[in-house]
Design a protein around this ligand. Structure first.
Ligand code: PRX
Length: 651
């Protein structure tokens, strides 16, 4: 493999879509960049006109930094735009092809999906009294009922808050309480690598210690654990029984463009996750436009985004964007290596997937697993590949392009965030030359810059990534915490601060390097170091903890935790296991530390501030650097020894 990679890293090789792709692409004319920047608002207004509105807007944008109103005065409904608008021309077109981990397949046409959404929406409204503006938490496996629940909330104007099914009871409770949800939809369980994740039991545990706002719980029977789950009378109801007799029609709520469509929690630099708020009109405008433009979506494509709906990618590019475009979407419940490491390729082969969107961590794992899992499947249906969530190294990009794409598929490396709602920086596949490892140009309609510490644009080289003009799908705030919105995104620069480092080259191509704040990106999942530290200090043996990222060949980063034990506590393998378990219980398995390093102290300034830079250098196996400002420089040598010993033991 390494020979091939070396020859592929040929600098003279140019990556551009085939003539055939370019000639048939949705966007073929580079004047779109010029048109969009000449009159940005006219550009966005045209994109908004691609949606169905009950009432047209009065103004395209009202901007009073940092608050935006897009298409104010307009009224629409997101579920109408994803379903009803297709019921004439695409009634019998497949909307969702769902495949369970056990191999079963369920397909929904636009008509049958609309029916299910309407029934649930009606039931939520009539039986459970959910009204416009109420919050509904969805804690579910990747089953069709999750997409249906999202759209049903949108139909009645309830604000959905999807909590990824890998989060723990504590994380779920925090999110229900913060959003003050009235209804929760979950399942008896979900499959993950052949094992059952007992979602209802986890829900019970979350609800046992609070959540007074929550009135009802709907439970989808999915893994056949009905007999083993506990249903609390007067609170818990079977999902399918509840909707069985509901009518197929539920009048959609007329939503103001600026009404909140959903909240999605994401990690920040404090211990408490932020509920990022998204609007209806602006969000959907960008979701529809960017899906078509970036993935070059045509009516006959079979489109598969592997992200879980629990993350923003699943919201925008599995549900809202593709369905607003009337696409056929593949949705898969489980993991890529179950029952074997060829599961994804088998899905692409069997369902004739033509557009495939996944994460660099997955791509690096596929590379490691070897080509034999790939070559036994026919991947010739593929015509476009995408990546998202973390920087992709050129080797992985080229492998993806050549081995998965057979050298024939453009690769779009898409940079964006929960906060941006949709893709901000990437190439248009039929137009731009691709540069492995670089996301590319801001999408038409989006303005970006790399800024230096003083907020001055850098024309060549590195700095901090900023979005310099408001855009329709921008976050509208942090749920219940206006100040945090200002502090996090609008206090560093005059324009939106993304929290990422980036470079820009002579062609204006952006390369996003990763977070510059105390947020880690582990396998494409955002995890705040403070969240993990708070979890660790909850353990009775831990006095202090500091968490940093450690380079990881597959996941990009993994979590390394330095801890100071309380007096009398001993550094034992059992304690390490307990601490790791503590993090899993408190946050979820996605935040599981790779190793714990115990030390008698942490490197601190004289005023007691932990110098993470030194810990990061240790974790990255670099020189520790300047320790003269430390109040306790002697501790560094001890930590290095402990790190080396622990690390050898951990591997
Ligand atoms: O650091 C960037 C990284 O993921 C962060 C956003 O994470 P989240 O809100 O969970 O959304 C992930 C899916 C959109 C960013 O701040 N990131 C995302 N895409 C890329 C990326 N880093 C480099 N290249 C990308 N294409």
């Amino acid at each position: 493999m390494s020979d091939t990679i070396e020859s592929l890293l040929d600098e003279n090789r140019e990556y551009i879509a085939s003539d055939h792709f370019q000639e048939n692409a949705q966007y073929q004319d580079e004047s779109i960049y010029e048109t969009a920047s000449r009159d940005r608002l006219a550009f966005w207004e045209k994109k908004a006109s691609d949606l169905a509105w009950f009432k047209k807007w009065n103004s395209v944008l009202e901007w009073s930094r940092p608050y935006a109103k897009w298409f104010d005065g307009g009224q629409l409904n997101a579920s109408v735009n994803c379903l009803d608008v297709h019921l004439e021309s695409r009634k019998n077109k497949t909307a969702i092809i769902w495949e369970g981990e056990l191999g079963e397949v369920r397909s929904f046409t636009y008509e049958s999906l609309a029916k299910q959404v309407n029934k649930l929406a009606y039931t939520m409204r009539q039986t459970f009294g959910v009204k416009k503006g109420d919050r509904v938490t969805l804690y579910m496996p990747m089953i069709p009922e999750l997409a249906i629940s999202v759209l049903a909330c949108a139909r009645i104007g309830a604000i959905h808050s999807v909590v990824f099914g890998g989060f723990s009871a504590d994380s779920l409770r925090d999110r229900i309480e913060d959003s003050q949800s009235k209804l929760l939809i979950t399942a008896d369980g979900g499959y993950r690598r052949g094992e059952i994740v007992p979602l209802k039991d986890i829900t019970d545990s979350a609800l046992s210690k609070g959540c007074p706002s929550l009135e009802s719980v709907l439970v989808v029977s999915h893994v056949g654990r009905e007999a083993r789950i506990h249903m609390t009378e007067g609170r818990d109801y079977d999902y399918h029984d509840s909707i069985a007799d509901a009518p197929h029609v539920c009048e959609p709520e007329k939503m103001e463009s600026e009404d909140t469509l959903f909240i999605l929690y994401t990690s920040g630099t404090t211990g408490k996750p932020k509920g990022i708020k998204h609007s209806t009109g602006g969000y959907l405008t960008h979701a529809k436009y960017s899906t078509r433009a970036v993935f070059d979506l045509n009516d006959d494509d079979i489109y598969w985004c592997t992200a879980d709906i629990g993350w923003i990618t699943g919201h925008t590019y599995l549900v809202y964007g593709p369905l607003a475009n009337g696409a056929t979407v593949v949705m898969y419940e489980g993991s890529p290596d179950y029952p074997d490491k060829d599961r994804f390729w088998s899905i692409i082969d069997r369902h004739n997937v033509s557009i495939f969107y996944t994460a660099p961590t997955a791509i690096r794992a596929f590379m490691k697993w070897g080509d034999e899992f790939i070559t036994k499947h026919d991947l010739s249906s593929l015509r476009l590949l995408g990546t998202v969530g973390e920087p992709i190294n050129p080797e992985a990009w080229i492998w993806y392009h050549d081995v998965i794409g057979g050298g024939n598929c453009p690769v779009v490396d898409t940079w964006w965030q929960t906060e941006t709602g949709g893709i901000m920086i990437t190439n248009l596949p039929g137009l731009n030359v691709m540069k492995p490892g670089k996301a590319g140009l801001p999408l038409p309609g989006i303005s970006a810059a790399v800024l230096d510490q003083n907020g001055q644009p850098v024309t060549h080289g590195g700095g901090l990534l900023s979005l310099t003009e408001p855009w329709p799908s921008m976050l509208r705030g942090v749920w219940g915490d206006d100040q945090r919105y200002i502090d996090t995104y609008w206090s560093k620069f005059n324009t939106y601060f993304a929290g990422d480092g980036a470079t820009i080259d002579e062609d204006g191509y952006y390369m996003v390097l990763g977070r510059v704040d105390d947020v880690l990106n582990v396998a494409g999942h955002r995890i705040g170091t403070m969240e993990v530290e708070s979890a660790l200090v909850e353990h009775k043996s831990v006095a202090e903890a500091a968490v940093v990222g450690m380079p990881d060949d597959i996941k990009g980063q993994s979590i390394l935790a330095f801890v100071i034990l309380k007096t009398g506590q001993h550094d034992t393998p059992e304690l390490h296991a307990e601490l790791i378990q503590q993090v899993c219980d408190s946050i979820g398995p996605i935040a599981k530390p790779r190793a714990i390093v115990c030390a008698s102290d942490l490197p601190k300034t004289r005023s007691g501030k932990i110098m993470r830079r030194i810990l990061r250098n240790i974790a990255e196996n670099k020189e520790v650097g300047d320790t003269t400002t430390l109040g306790n420089p002697a501790v560094v040598a001890e930590i290095v020894v402990s790190f080396k010993a622990t690390f050898q033991a951990a591997l």
